[in-house]
Design a protein around this ligand. Structure first.
Ligand code: DOR
Ligand code: ZN
Length: 335
């Protein structure tokens, strides 16, 4: 089977040595990706976006791949600043303060009036807002509790495109239908696992992420919209590499690394559910419409041939490391 211009609409590429080590695993098979800004310090100025993009381009070497850059949302962004940075970014990512890796400088309180100047300016300039939607409540309820904040923002800024990132609950799926300007990304791991896979037996640190995988009925709701390629959902891997020692540790870092196997796993999943004909929309076409982008031409051919996932990719352990998955990448062509 062939995929045209696969897009990863939520990706962590990191910086420094990690960037050098893992960038190619996305750049090889994807046509482009939305790059998350949660570096230390977060990407929050025009110069930082431009410099980070340059480092990414260097790290991907000869691969053909478009990094779509983002800024780390701050309520202090004003219209003049956003106008000046508009052409360098595809979106702005909002993190609640302290909710996940490197999000300490995020937003607290979600007071619409405090956020109004920045969000109105983004709305006027057609800059989408990507949101990590979790409160600081009980871990299993954080995303469902955040839905009322999504709804408040969606109503207060009806022209602002709001992307609910890496949704994991049936409540977020329901919110998609209620507000015209709410969209969502879905990861491959949240389509495959529940909390049982993370903590039901021996603890699986390589499946631990934020938001944590939820209940079977939540995964079912995600599958429903992904497998029909609902036009408001798109693939975003949230592939988030951490060094092996940071995952296999007391105090395990949150993040599942899926970049090198994401397309193969999606092919296997969509085939299992007789939905292979919907994968193109989920992996690229929907995102092109939502973000109004034209991706770099790249065709990825997958074949149903077992692939043994390596134990490590440059010191990073991926999902299903050491296991066999059903699909392999056969060929990548351009143009
Ligand atoms: O599990 C996660 N890891 N969730 C996030 O939101 C951030 C990410 C990371 O940067 O490691
Ligand atoms: Zn993320």
């Amino acid at each position: 089977m062939q995929l045209n211009a696969p897009l990863d609409m939520h990706l962590h590429l990191r910086d420094g040595e990690m960037l050098e080590n893992i960038a190619k695993s996305s750049a090889h098979t994807f046509s482009g990706a939305i790059i998350m800004p949660n570096l230390v310090p977060p990407v929050s100025t025009k110069d930082e976006v431009i410099a980070y993009k340059k480092r990414i381009i260097k790290a991907i070497g000869h691969e053909k791949f478009t990094p779509y850059m983002t800024l780390f949302f701050k309520p202090s962004y004003d219209k003049a600043f956003l106008e000046s940075v508009r052409d360098e970014i595809m979106a702005i990512k909002l993190y609640p303060a302290g909710i996940t890796t490197n999000s300490e400088g995020g937003v607290s309180g979600f007071d619409v009036e405090e956020l109004r100047p920045a969000l109105s300016a983004m709305s006027d300039l057609n800059i989408p807002l990507c949101v990590h939607g979790e409160t600081n409540g009980f871990v299993m309820d954080r995303e469902a509790e955040f839905v009322s904040i999504y709804e408040k923002l969606a109503s207060a800024f009806p022209k602002l495109k709001i992307i609910m990132e890496h949704i994991t609950t049936k409540e977020s799926v329901a919110a998609l239908e209620k507000h015209k300007n709410l969209y969502a990304t879905i990861t491959i791991h949240h389509l495959l696992i529940t909390l049982d896979d993370v903590a039901g037996g021996m603890l699986q640190p390589h499946l631990f992420c934020k938001p944590i995988a939820k209940r079977p009925e939540d995964r079912e709701a995600l599958l429903q919209v992904a497998l029909q390629a609902h036009p408001k959902v798109m693939f975003g891997s949230d592939s988030a590499p951490h060094p092996k020692h940071a995952k296999e540790a007391c105090g395990c870092a949150a993040g599942v690394f899926t970049a090198p196997i994401a397309l193969q796993l999606l092919a296997e999943l969509f085939e299992k559910h007789n939905a292979l004909d919907k994968l193109q929309a989920f992996i690229s076409t929907n995102a092109q419409h939502i973000y109004k982008l034209t991706p770099l031409a790249k065709k990825v051919t997958l074949e149903k041939k077992p692939f043994k996932v390596p134990a490590e990719y440059n010191g990073v352990v991926s999902m299903y490391a050491g296991e066999e998955i059903a699909y392999s990448i056969k060929e990548i062509t351009y143009g």
